[in-house]
Ligand binder design. Structure first.
Ligand code: GLV
Ligand code: MN
Ligand code: MN
Length: 402
């Protein structure tokens, strides 16, 4: 058999066509996608993926969290499968590639092996993890977290979306609650391909990101309570303006992240204002603070500083404030053997590469706790992601194209 890079090549046109076909399901309003987890669109996307996998000769397993596992048999009955994959769910204003590339690239590996008549010793399993994004149901990477034993299934099933619909009920409703016990599968290794979602590879003209670490994350949901009252007739000294309290706390989030530069970031992407009426002083706001860093102590420090200072702001304004940790994981070090395998493969194939720390969370971050895991990244235009304009080139996505 020829060496990798000589004749073991994927069909880049086919991968690209599948990416574009998947993107037709749950189109966004600006050229991207809105295929949020456990929506009807998620269900349709899953069926399409399943049909493709079955056509490629795989058997599909689905676990009780809706995680999908498409298996191509190996030649050694004792060899544990090598897993590859990512997620098919998207942000409400998401791109076509975040997650989807990793799943469909896994499928393309299987299709290419079929074309080339190659049997592998280990089975290969392509995975679609449920609810990576965490928009509709916090936290992110929910089902890979249950798989890795970080959350219980009962807890996950009881999480509600903003309409009060429970995760477990919605999973059943779209028809993707499987029978398999979650986390029962044993893996030889797990690899996740993902777009970088940051600017480094493109800026440095590198083709491959070898992901050595992932930064950790902390999500704190904050509820500030004041009093709804008339914007015109309530005298300034009598106001209990929860919206203003939040504004001061958001400034604080930014200051805290800057004060830990260059190894920290912070923002609040989720904000709900009640009653959200032009002439009512907001009596309640709920928002989620997202702090991240590759250094665990920095995350803890940012969390604590925020809680202390936000409580002080609320106290000075006569507001109540409550904090709830709704998501988080510690910084991740990926498996050295798997990382080295990725780096060596890039080297052998003559692809330019550099080591990266992932800024985003990924299912690989949880699976790494149970299985030797690594990630591969490709560049994306302007480092833009979680935006419908997220873009990659076919060339970037398909380095081993024929
Ligand atoms: C997941 O996409 C995250 O990084 O929040
Ligand atoms: Mn992703
Ligand atoms: Mn994402």
């Amino acid at each position: 058999m020829a060496a990798p890079g000589e004749n073991m090549k994927i069909n880049g046109d086919r991968l690209w066509e599948s990416l574009m076909d998947m993107a037709k399901i749950g189109p966004g309003i600006a050229g991207g996608n809105n295929r949020q987890t456990l929506t009807d669109e998620d269900g349709v996307g899953r069926h399409l993926f399943q049909d493709w996998c079955v056509a490629a000769g795989c058997t599909m397993g689905v676990d009780q969290m809706g995680n999908m596992f498409a298996r191509r048999e190996g030649t050694d009955p004792d060899a544990l499968p090598v897993y590859v994959g990512s997620h098919l769910d998207t942000q409400p204003t998401g791109g076509k590639y975040d997650g989807v590339l990793g799943v469909l690239a896994g499928l393309e590996i299987i299709r290419s092996l079929n074309d080339l008549g190659i049997k592998t010793k280990h089975p290969i399993v392509v995975t679609n993890w449920t609810n990576e994004e965490g928009t509709r149901y916090a936290p992110a990477m929910l089902a890979s977290g249950v798989f890795a034993g970080m959350h219980t299934q009962e807890w996950a099933y009881a999480i509600e979306d903003s309409d009060g619909k429970k995760f477990g009920d919605e999973l059943k409703r779209i028809g993707w609650q499987g029978d398999e016990v979650v986390g029962a599968r044993k893996m030889h290794a797990f690899f996740e391909l993902h777009i970088e979602q940051g600017p480094i590879l493109e800026a440095e003209g590198k083709q491959i990101g070898v992901v050595t670490h992932g930064q950790g994350l902390s999500w704190t949901q904050v509820t500030v309570t004041g009093k709804d009252s008339h914007t015109g007739s309530t005298p300034m000294p009598m106001r209990k303006n929860a919206g203003l309290g939040m504004a001061r706390m958001l400034e604080l989030v930014d200051q805290i992240a800057w004060s830990h530069k260059p190894d920290a970031v912070g923002a609040a992407g989720h904000i709900d204002v009640f009653p959200n009426s032009r002439n009512v002083i907001p009596g309640k706001v709920v928002f989620t603070v997202d702090f991240r860093s590759p250094i665990l102590a920095t995350i803890k420090d940012m969390e604590n500083t925020f809680r202390n200072e936000a409580s002080r702001i609320a106290g000075a304004m006569g507001l109540d404030v409550a904090f709830e940790k709704v998501g988080g994981f510690d910084p991740v070090t990926f498996d050295e053997t798997c990382v080295t395998a990725v780096r060596n493969a890039a080297e052998r194939l003559g692809l330019s590469h550099r080591d990266l720390i992932s800024g985003a969370g990924h299912d690989a971050c949880w699976i790494n706790r149970t299985t030797p895991t690594a990630m591969v990244m490709c560049p994306c235009v302007d480092g833009l992601s979680h935006n419908e304009a997220e873009d990659i080139s076919q060339e970037w996505a398909t380095r081993l194209e024929k």
